[in-house]
Write a protein that binds this ligand. Sequence first.
Ligand code: SF4
Length: 220
Amino acid sequence: MEITKTIYKRLLESYGPQLWWPAETAFEVMVGAVLTQNTNWNNAEKAIISLKTANVLNIKSINQMTESRLSSLIRPSGFHRVKAKTLKSLASLIKREFGSCIEKLKELPANEKRRLLLRIKGIGPETADDIMLYVLDEPRFVVDEYTKRIFSRIGITPISNSYESWQKMLETEFGGALNDLREYHGLLVALGKTCCKKIPDCAECPLCSICVYGSAHQSI
Ligand code: SF4
């Protein structure tokens, strides 16, 4: 379906490269992917700054510190107790199975990497695919709430609303190389934050002319 490529092209022209994921290290991406669950990026970022200020945003420190201290440091991200458990499990897995070397995790077959991530309590398909795409160099279409909202309003939906159906549809239609998929996700987030909010601002949207919702509401 050419429309997924048209959307990508228009967003890239309008917003420019987003250069996602915003992080200094691979482990920071992993931590950010967990911290941004069920909250906005601003809150996740506050928790990341808190970890950086305490100089503990690394595999060794997360493994060594108590869960309660970690929980308190990441409080700004919300659901901090659950997320602390998840981060401890993630850091422990990387240390135990890969000698704290994320590059070794990268060497596994794609399905094996994803299966390992999904075995960690608190890591679901979206978080796993954030990590697959931005850390483990695996081309995945990440499906988040912005993705569903934007494509639904445009008029592109899969046969079922499951994560897998959304991902299969978008990966089949768009294809896309690793860097394009990384950009696409960042661009959808940019659109979701600026125009395609809960109450959309279609007049300012670069997709208005190809969007079912936007076209209908502009002509009223
Ligand atoms: S035209 Fe409106 S509804 Fe459609 S993608 Fe843009 S902001 Fe969202």
